[in-house]
Design a protein around this ligand. Structure first.
Ligand SMILES: NC(=O)c1ccc[n+]([C@@H]2O[C@H](COP(=O)([O-])OP(=O)(O)OC[C@H]3O[C@@H](n4cnc5c(N)ncnc54)[C@H](O)[C@@H]3O)[C@@H](O)[C@H]2O)c1
Length: 254
């Protein structure tokens, strides 16, 4: 049995711990959660019991991450915290002898990327970045067609990704709206898209550059469009009812 612990028990975490305890329970053992928020860990434990019929597991506050590794002795650490903190947990886990599976983006800037690459070389341990979007059937199909030479040699790719104001607004509400936390949308979101192109073509980039600007979201842009009413975000808020970018309650799937 391979032992797993997970750090960061927020919105994304269940995709990982749910799969471990449901689909891989014959070979994998989830042994502990870590977070700075005890309530979130308690909620994850409740889901383990109610949704997956799995016993509660040990919880550790973020300040006890190293203690968790030494007590639980996991083979693999799953990192699903906010982007800004990925490198800290990835590097610590590698140095404590674990492999790592991390949510995208691996980290938020080139310096931290290099520090992670250096740590894998130093420790001989492995980091896998979970680019789930590769496995959407249409994306896998595109790779299959290209790899099977159905369209012949690819000389150039023009990739454009437009977000509507529902999905797009989602990136300007929480911690990821602040570049310091997420590296900005070109890192936080487009990491999927850069990855897709490389996945389809079987390539690694030689040079990457990007430029962008905040043209729509943010208070100043809203004011210049004539918006005068601002409100505290909340589900079902009366103020929000005519706002195209409002938060829409989506129940979690079971
Ligand atoms: N693959 C995808 O399609 C996809 C989609 C959404 C989010 N993500 C990624 O998943 C990760 C988590 O996003 P989310 O939407 O679940 O966010 P979230 O805010 O719901 O959860 C983040 C969790 O990390 C915890 N946390 C924050 N700082 C911490 C620290 N220093 N130490 C320990 N725990 C800490 C928070 O308390 C929270 O429980 C991010 O890296 C994000 O980019 C991926």
């Amino acid at each position: 049995m391979k032992k797993y612990v997970l750090v960061g028990t927020g919105g994304r975490a269940e995709f990982f711990y749910g799969a471990i305890v449901r689909d891989f329970r014959e070979t994998c053992n989830l042994v502990a959660f870590c977070d700075l928020n005890q309530t979130r860990m308690d909620y994850a434990n409740r889901l383990l019991e109610e949704r997956y019929h799995h016993p509660k597991i040990n919880t550790y506050l973020h300040t006890d991450f190293e203690k968790m590794i030494s007590v639980e002795k996991p083979d693999t650490v799953v990192v699903t915290t906010v982007d800004r903190t990925h490198h800290t947990y990835i590097i610590k886990a590698l140095e404590l002898g674990c492999d790592v599976i991390t949510e995208k983006p691996m980290t938020v800037d080139a310096e931290k990327c290099q520090a992670i690459i250096d740590a894998t070389k130093r420790t001989g341990k492995e980091v896998r970045v979970a680019f789930n979007y590769r496995y959407a059937p249409h994306n896998t199909k595109i790779r299959e067609l290209i790899m099977n030479d159905v369209i012949g040699q690819v000389n150039s790719v023009n990739f454009e990704w437009a977000l509507d104001t529902q999905h797009g607004a989602d990136y300007f509400r929480r911690w990821h709206r602040d570049k310091r936390n997420s590296g900005g949308l070109l890192v936080h979101k487009s990491t999927h898209h850069f990855d897709l192109v490389n996945f389809w073509l079987g390539t690694t980039p030689e040079t990457v550059y990007a430029s962008g600007g905040l043209r729509f979201y943010g208070r100043e842009n809203a004011e210049s469009r004539g918006v005068t009413q601002f409100y505290q975000r909340a589900y079902g808020s009366d103020y929000a009812k005519d706002d195209h970018s409002r938060l829409i309650w989506k129940p979690m799937s079971t």
